[in-house]
Design a protein around this ligand. Sequence first.
Ligand SMILES: [Ca+2]
Ligand SMILES: [Ca+2]
Ligand SMILES: [Ca+2]
Ligand SMILES: [Ca+2]
Length: 338
Amino acid sequence: MQKISLLLAVTLFTASCGSDSSSDGNSEGSTYTQATDETPTTTEAPVTTEAPVTTEAPVTTEASAEDESSEEGRDEMIVFTSNRDGDAEIFVMNADGTGVRQLTYNDDFEVEPSWSPDRTQITFRSNRDGDFEIFVMNADGTGVRQLTYNDDHDEHPTWSPDGNEIVFVSDYYSEIFVMNADGTGVRQLTYNDDYDGHPTWSPDGTQIAFTSYRDGDAEIFVMNADGTEVRQLTDYDYFDGYPTWSPDGNQIAFTRDCCSVGTKSGSGIFVMNVDGTEVRQLTTGSVWRGYEPTWSPDGTQIAFEDHSFGCCSILIMNADGTDVYSTGQEGEELDWGG
Ligand SMILES: [Ca+2]
Ligand SMILES: [Ca+2]
Ligand SMILES: [Ca+2]
Ligand SMILES: [Ca+2]
């Protein structure tokens, strides 16, 4: 019963991220400038050439310099989820919003993508086999492999910094597990009746930060990568979640429920030291509903999804919260790989 109520709470929180798009689903009032006026370019789709990459801009089939240098340029690409073709698919783009490429094409949910450290592969979750499982594919969308096979809801896969393991969430009680990157050697790290999720590795691979409802509402915790020495970092009466380490290992960015406007609940991007001290709010002003931060590879910027003016604008700001700009792309569940 506890599990059900917690899942409901998580579901409601998640649903609240996009549920108001009908009432405020326009960009009027947005103060952000477009990063570029260039038309997003694409390469040929790996699975089919029929599906449009975006409905917002004309697709060009002309090969560009960006496409030719995509192998090197991948270091800076953001992988994300979008519903722009009607159901959830995985895309990549350059950080300025150009070079959008669709990687998955099917009627099921493909969500929560995460780069391998060398950026040759992407892990994600999909319900293409009936219930949610963890998958891996090559960075161009080819070579999809299923890693988990069970009746539980598997989610939130994230690659270890050495590339050897993937941490993910599974089990009736939403526990955190680690497996080898080929799906073998599954080990359970958490054991309690409350929701544990959003696991993310420290850059040195020794620790895992995660969200847990074990103290009654969502807080951010850290544990050693073997599940020992759990420490609570936040203690705040509302939601704290989606932690992600800065590339230098000194800070953790996260989502905190805050910043409500009238009767509408809001949230913002916050950052704290890895011991939980010095919590600072990064998003302010017109961004009153930001979620799920991800660091740039060099640690100087943070990308996040903004629901302030409807569902899911991808925004980028400096790591101190200044100079917010819009990539001009719609999407969620970003991973910049930092
Ligand atoms: Ca799909
Ligand atoms: Ca499953
Ligand atoms: Ca649990
Ligand atoms: Ca909390």
